[in-house]
Ligand binder design. Structure first.
Ligand SMILES: [Ca+2]
Length: 339
């Protein structure tokens, strides 16, 4: 898995400057696909579920505290007996910016300025590439002129600038994680670009200040040339083992194989002590139930686009036109927890 392959130590200027080395133990994307472990055992659901459009505002029946004039829809599964869902994080992008006390435009391994790709892509992250308007955040990947010199990028030169939203620390080794949580249902509704060379990633890492991430939950990894295969994966046991929802391209577990780029899509993941389950538009795709191997500590959220990363180039679906600008449009990011 490309993101699991992680944070190549040699690629991280900031980490090198602090003397800390991230884990680089995880398998590669190619390896992941060669050893599929998906279990598409759930009964397929015929319809794609609700549209994900937020309900009318300020309705008396809203089950959750109204956030930014929006009544968040309920998670697609019931809470456990005796418990109910509460919202822990809700960024609706209803204003002209995002909540900077909860979200950062950079990776956790930044030292006051954003960092670049970690898998030999083209992008350098910049706060300017997150634009909020009309109820959504636009995470924009655009050509960068002149390029930004970084050994993290292909050939030492980042030729793209890109936007990110994470709950990482605003600055590495200086202050707390902006938001972290243990167990809950995560959902974001977004519209991703189906353009070869662009890569949409919605994922989670432990809040580990030493960067030795023992697990990783990939809620979605989407290679832009194929908007039908929604890669969903859990990496565990110090990221030496993986559970793959997808048994290969064009297989999304029990979820439909179709072009998900045509409309906004809701990507959800339910992380509980005894399961990790993935949902597309409220439909359960698959789950992992190896309780002994389920992460039990706090994690951070990351949502962004990459450009022309090594996974894509390995599959010969890298960027073909380096003048393209594309955006990931995000309606909301929410975390629900049971209490
Ligand atoms: Ca919104």
């Amino acid at each position: 898995m490309v993101l699991a392959a992680g944070i190549g130590a040699a690629n991280l200027d900031s980490l090198q400057s602090t003397g800390e080395q991230p884990s680089d133990s995880a398998i590669t994307a190619t390896e992941a696909m060669e050893t599929p472990g998906g279990e598409p055992s759930e009964t397929p659901v015929a319809s794609a579920g609700p549209s994900g459009t937020p309900l009318a505002t300020q309705t008396p029946s809203c089950a959750f505290a109204v956030s930014a004039g929006v009544c968040p829809i309920a998670p697609p599964m019931a809470a456990a007996a005796g418990k109910k869902w509460k919202i822990s994080l809700a960024e609706e992008f209803s204003g002209t910016s995002y909540d900077k006390t909860k979200l950062s435009p950079c990776f956790d391994w930044n030292n006051g300025d954003c960092t670049s790709t970690f898998n030999n892509g083209r992008e350098h992250y910049q706060p300017s590439q997150v634009v909020v308007s009309n109820g959504t955040a636009k995470l924009i990947a655009a050509p960068l002129n002149p390029p930004f010199a970084s050994k993290s990028c292909q050939n030492g030169s980042c030729t793209y600038k890109a936007g990110m939203l994470s709950t990482a620390r605003a600055r590495a080794n200086d202050g707390p994680y902006l938001f972290s949580f243990t167990y809950g249902y995560v959902e974001s509704r977004f519209k991703f670009p189906a353009t070869q060379g662009f890569f949409t990633a919605f994922w989670m890492l432990p809040t580990d200040r030493t960067y030795t991430y023992r697990s990783e939950i990939d809620i979605l990894e989407l290679l832009g040339d194929d908007p039908t295969t929604m890669f969903m994966t859990y990496h565990y046991n110090n990221r030496t083992e993986s559970h793959h929802v997808n048994s290969g391209k064009f297989k999304n577990g029990a979820c439909a194989t179709k072009d998900y780029s045509k409309q906004f899509v809701r990507m959800g993941m339910d992380w509980q002590p005894d399961h990790i389950a993935w949902y597309i538009d409220g439909v359960k795709c698959a789950q992992f139930t190896g309780a002994a191997n389920i992460e039990n500590g706090p994690m951070q959220l990351i949502l962004h686009m990459m450009v022309d990363n090594d996974w894509q180039r390995r599959w010969n679906v890298g960027l073909t036109d380096p003048t393209l600008t594309r955006q990931l449009e995000v309606d909301y990011i929410r975390v629900y927890q049971q209490e």
